[in-house]
Design a protein around this ligand. Structure first.
Ligand SMILES: [Zn+2]
Length: 188
């Protein structure tokens, strides 16, 4: 018995069309299943109201409303499983797409070796340039540290540091709402 079956039985129960045995089974499920119980309570209230005014016909669209509720009930049950399925599906599709484009890229590079060579050359040039820059900076630093100007340089750096901290405070003071990354705002 699925929840949908019990939902059908609820409808039959309201019309007194269940055997005592079926009725007992339904009651047992209702005591265990909160969502079915909520639906049952809702339907019973509607049924009571309908019986209280026997001469009055069901309001227009009542059947459609009940049917819509049934459908919504089922959709809610399937929603979680459906979401998981969609997530797994899209993960598989995107992974496949990524692998395919990666393979296509490798295949294309294999058929265009000159591009690969150009890339390698560019990479080597870039690495050489960066290492030269680092070397130059290291030499400059060593020179400064060795020179008689060292105390002056350190004082200058300390002054800049204090200025930066003060500036950060000024910025924060003017923007009480900003509580993070004052240093970032130093960049114009
Ligand atoms: Zn149920």
């Amino acid at each position: 018995m699925t929840h949908a079956d019990y939902t059908m039985w609820m409808s039959l129960a309201l019309d007194d069309m269940l055997t005592p045995e079926e009725r007992r089974t339904l009651e047992q499920h209702l005591s265990r299943c909160p969502s079915c119980r909520a639906l049952w309570e809702e339907w019973r209230q509607i049924d009571l109201k309908m019986r209280a005014i026997p001469m009055q016909a069901a309001p227009p669209g009542f059947a459609a409303q009940v049917e819509a509720r049934l459908r919504a009930h089922e959709l809610r049950r399937r929603g979680i499983a459906g979401g998981l399925l969609a997530l797994i599906g899209s993960t598989i599709i995107w992974s496949a797409l990524l692998i395919a484009s990666g393979l296509a890229g490798v295949w294309w590079l294999a058929h265009h070796p000159q591009v690969l060579i150009q890339c390698a050359r560019f990479l080597i040039t870039a690495i050489t340039a960066v290492s030269m820059l680092i070397r130059a900076a290291a030499l400059l630093w060593e020179g400064l540290m060795a020179s008689p100007l060292q105390p002056l340089f350190l004082a200058y750096v300390s002054f800049l540091l204090v200025l930066a901290i003060l500036w950060a405070y000024v910025i924060r003071w003017h923007r009480p709402g900003a509580n993070s990354g004052a240093g970032r705002r130093l960049v114009p």
